[in-house]
Write a protein that binds this ligand. Structure first.
Ligand code: ADP
Ligand code: ASP
Ligand code: MG
Length: 430
C-alpha cells in the first residue's frame, strides 16, 4: 500500500547559492502540511571542485588544501548570506570539512576510489546541512538524516552497489520515527555507507537514483525531481533549439531515453519506481506551478521524435588475426573482458571476421582493456565520436541530424535509430 509520504529531489542547480536555497524553501512552503523526504545534491558545481581536490591530493600537486579551502569558503559565504555571522551551521560545516582536512594532511595510503568517495561526498553533507538549517530557520518542522545510515552499499567505491535487503531494514528502523516528529526530512543524494561505515558514492549524477531508492523503500506516493527545465524535453536544450516538453511518458520510454544517455535523469532511477508503480514527476524549480512531465505506467500517447546525444564515443573494430570467423566463443570471451573492465557497450555489430563495439571513453579502463584484447585480436580504434540516438525517428529528422557528418555505424531497431558520427573534416583551399 502506498504511504502518504512524498519524495522530492533537488539537484545541484536548485541549491547553487543562497537565492536558490531560498527558492527551494519557498517551494516547500506549499507542502508544509505534508510528509516529505527531501534528497539534495551538492551545491552547484561543488562535486567537480571536490574532484579537483582528490586529483591534487593524489598527484601531490601541493594545492589540495587550497582547493578544499575554496570550496569551504563558498559554503561559508552562502551560510553567511542566509543566516548572518552567528549561527550553529558554522560549527556543523566546520565539522564536515575538518574530516577531509585530516584526510589530506596525511600521505595517501588508501586506494584512489576510496579516497575519492570520502572527499567528494562532503559536497552533499554540506549542502544538506545548510538546507536543513535554513528550513528550520524559516520555521519548518524539519530534521536532517545521514543517508549513510540508511543506504547500504558494498565497497565498490565510486559505484557503490546497493544492498536492497539491508537498506530496507535500515529505512524501516530509522525513517518512520523521524516523520512522527517532523514533516520534512532532509538527506543527501549520491552517497551510501558500507558495513564498515565507510562512505561510498553511487556514480556521478547519482542523486536521482538515491531519490528513487528512498521512494521505493518508503513506498512513497510519488517522487518529484526538481530541475532547471520545464520537464523532459524532446532533446537537450543546451544542444537543440525548438525542443518541446513531453507531458507524459511511460516508464519504458523513460528508461530507454536514459539508457541511450539522456542526461536529464540518471538511468538507474526508473527501475525502483516502476517496480512499485510510483509516479515520477520532473518539474521546474524555476516555474514550480508548471505541470512538468509525469512518468508512470504505460500511457497511450504517440511520442514525437526524441533525440539523445552522447559525446566522447569510441569505436573498437575487433577482428580475428587469422581470418577465422567470429564465433560465439570469441564473443563470450569479449563480453567477459568488457564486464571485467566495467565498460558498457552502447552499440555493437558482428560481421564475418570482425566485431564492432561503440563505448563511452573511459581512458583508464580502455587503457587496460585494449592491450588485453590485442593479445588475441587485431584492433582498430576510432576516437572522438558522437552517438546520436533518435527514438520514434522520421526520415527528415535523421537527414537533418546527420547533415555535415560522416556516419561510421548505424542501426535501426523498432522505431529507434542510432548512429555513430564524426564531423566531416573541413577542407580548406590553399
Ligand atoms: P540536476 O540539477 O538535477 O543535477 P541536471 O543538470 O543533471 O540536473 O539535469 C538537467 C539538465 O539536463 C537540463 O539543464 C538539460 O540541459 C539537460 N537535459 C538533457 N537532455 C534533456 C532532455 N531530454 N530534457 C530536459 N533536459 C535535458
Ligand atoms: N553531486 C553529484 C554529482 O554532481 C550527484 C548528483 O548531483 O546527482 O555528480
Ligand atoms: Mg545532475
Amino acid at each position: 500500500m502506498k504511504n502518504a509520504t512524498k519524495v522530492f529531489k533537488f539537484g545541484g542547480a536548485s541549491v547553487k547559492d543562497a537565492d536558490a536555497i531560498r527558492n527551494v524553501a519557498n517551494i516547500l512552503k506549499d507542502y508544509s502540511q505534508e510528509k516529505i523526504m527531501i534528497i539534495v545534491s551538492a551545491m552547484g558545481k561543488t562535486t567537480n571542485a571536490l574532484e579537483k581536490v582528490v586529483q591534487a591530493y593524489s598527484k601531490k600537486t601541493g594545492d589540495a588544501f587550497a582547493l578544499l579551502e575554496k570550496v569551504k569558503q563558498e559554503h561559508y559565504q552562502v551560510a553567511m548570506d542566509l543566516f548572518g555571522e552567528e549561527h550553529a551551521i558554522f560549527s556543523l560545516l566546520n565539522d564536515t570539512f575538518v574530516e577531509i582536512e585530516w584526510v589530506i594532511e596525511d600521505d595517501q595510503q588508501d586506494g584512489y576510489d576510496y579516497i575519492y568517495d570520502q572527499i567528494v561526498s562532503i559536497g552533499e553533507m554540506a549542502s544538506t546541512r545548510i538546507l536543513a538549517a535554513f528550513l528550520a530557520h524559516e520555521g519548518q518542522s524539519v530534521t536532517w538524516l545521514d543517508a549513510r545510515d540508511v543506504i547500504r552499499t558494498d565497497d565498490t567505491f565510486r559505484e557503490g552497489r546497493v544492498d536492497w535487503g539491508i537498506t530496507s531494514s535500515l529505512c524501516q528502523q530509522k525513517i518512520p520515527g523521524l516523520f512522527e516528529n517532523n514533516n520534512l526530512v532532509v538527506t543527501q543524494g549520491f552517497i551510501g555507507g558500507t558495513q564498515e561505515n565507510f562512505t561510498t558514492t553511487l556514480g556521478r549524477e547519482g542523486s536521482d537514483y538515491s531519490a528513487a531508492i528512498l521512494a521505493y523503500q518508503l513506498n512513497a506516493q510519488s517522487l518529484s525531481i526538481w530541475k532547471d527545465v520545464p520537464g523532459i524535453l524532446t532533446g537537450d536544450p543546451r544542444l537543440f533549439e525548438n525542443v518541446q516538453k513531453i507531458d507524459r511518458l511511460s516508464y519504458k520510454e523513460a528508461i530507454e531515453m536514459t539508457y541511450y544517455g539522456a542526461k536529464v535523469i540518471h538511468p538507474k532511477t526508473i527501475k525502483p519506481l516502476e517496480n512499485k508503480n510510483i509516479p515520477l514527476f520532473v518539474k521546474s524549480f524555476i516555474d514550480p506551478a508548471g505541470e512538468g512531465t509525469l512518468i508512470s505506467t504505460d500511457v497511450n500517447v504517440t511520442y514525437p521524435p526524441v533525440v539523445v546525444v552522447e559525446p566522447n564515443q569510441v569505436l573498437l573494430h575487433i577482428s580475428t588475426r587469422d581470418f577465422s570467423f567470429v564465433t560465439e566463443r570469441h564473443l563470450g570471451f569479449l563480453f567477459q573482458q568488457f564486464d571485467k573492465y566495467r565498460i558498457k557497450i552502447n552499440m555493437m555489430q558482428n560481421m564475418a571476421i570482425s566485431f564492432t563495439v561503440c563505448v563511452t571513453e573511459r581512458s583508464e579502463r580502455l587503457a587496460q582493456l585494449i592491450p588485453e584484447l590485442e593479445k588475441d585480436f587485431k584492433l582498430v580504434v576510432d576516437r572522438n565520436l558522437e552517438l546520436i540516438t533518435i527514438r520514434h525517428y522520421t526520415k527528415d529528422f535523421v537527414d537533418t541530424l546527420s547533415a555535415g557528418k560522416i556516419i561510421l555505424f548505424e542501426e535501426y531497431i523498432r522505431g529507434t535509430m542510432s548512429m555513430v558520427v564524426k564531423e566531416i573534416p573541413k577542407m580548406i583551399r590553399k
